[in-house]
Design a protein around this ligand. Structure first.
Ligand code: ASP
Length: 294
């Protein structure tokens, strides 16, 4: 089996200059994951390696670069899954440099799929995972400039209205890999939609919503989590493929389902068991990078 890897840096509408920076970040992460795959190590390790790198990119909305919630604190979500049905996820964890590492730990332990909040952070620190001051000058400035009443009033339409004026708080990261043994893995990590009500959880840590991986396909989504999580879009894509639909058509069907909902936009990356890669998005831009052996 020829290995394959795809990473994304979130769907968004950003300046051309920022597009290039996000793309370069994805290329670096793809290199990190690809190196793991070429060394004959597994898809799970490759996905983690790529996301670790993405979580260190201040321009992206995950790990170090996470957007801040309405109270000025970054609380992060992440999930990871393998084709054999193992999964790990963390929701609303503050103060960790690499939420994906804790998600992977949960996957390996196979005792609980998801942990949340301070308790999850404490576990990560106890395990020796690095703490992180998650508040870059850029994201603090963003928070100061764009914090509106709508966020604390839970006025979603008001928040969505503001996004239309060029401030979409998206930029979640994700990766999917197929290794030489034919195994798939997928993962997603995010600071959420930013400015949101403290404690808000999006699609990214929800297995089946932002991330899913079957034996036939692995997928990571980005976009408006409130819509993706009720559609369980990642699982839906895997189910469509399981019913015999081609990967590309399944991806497009999932995107259409999301687009039928109000204030929805999204992007996804996926890899099928034959190594086929798809990248789809409906925002002006989504950073992505792929590696495959021809
Ligand atoms: N899907 C993420 C969330 O809703 C945001 C993003 O994709 O940037 O938390």
């Amino acid at each position: 089996m020829k290995p394959a890897l795809v990473v994304h840096g979130g769907c968004a509408a950003v300046s051309e200059e920022e597009e290039a920076v996000r793309e370069a970040a994805c290329e670096r992460a793809a290199d990190a994951g690809w190196e793991v795959l070429l060394a004959g190590i597994g898809a799970l390790e490759a996905v983690e390696a790529a996301i670790l790198r993405l979580e260190d990119e201040p321009i992206l909305n995950a790990g170090t670069g996470s957007y801040l919630q309405a109270d000025g604190v970054a609380r992060m979500d992440a999930s990871i899954m393998t084709g054999d049905g193992r999964a790990g996820a963390v929701a609303q964890v503050p103060g960790l440099r690499h939420p994906i590492r804790l998600a992977r730990y949960l996957l390996e332990q196979d005792a609980h799929v998801m942990l949340s909040g301070q308790e999850a952070t404490q576990l990560g620190l106890k395990l020796g995972h690095e703490s992180g001051v998650v508040a870059t000058p850029q994201k603090i400035a963003y928070w100061q400039q764009h914090m509106t009443d709508a966020c604390l009033k839970l006025d979603y339409q008001g928040m969505a209205e503001e996004w239309k004026h060029g401030h979409p708080r998206l930029g979640t990261v994700g990766a999917v890999a197929l290794d030489a043994a034919g195994k798939l893995a997928a993962g997603t990590s995010t600071g959420g939609t930013g400015q949101c009500y403290p404690g808000r959880i999006g699609d990214s840590p929800i297995i089946g919503a932002g991330t899913y991986c079957s034996k036939q396909v692995g997928v990571s989504l980005t976009g408006v989590g409130e819509r993706i999580m009720v559609l369980l879009s990642a699982k839906r894509l895997c189910d469509l493929v399981a019913s015999g639909n081609p990967l590309e058509a399944s991806g497009k069907a999932v995107m259409e389902e999301i687009e039928t909902m109000a204030t929805a936009s999204a992007g996804l990356v996926a890899i099928g068991a034959d190594g086929g890669i798809i990248t789809l998005w409906d925002t002006p831009f989504m950073a992505a990078a792929r590696r495959e052996k021809r």
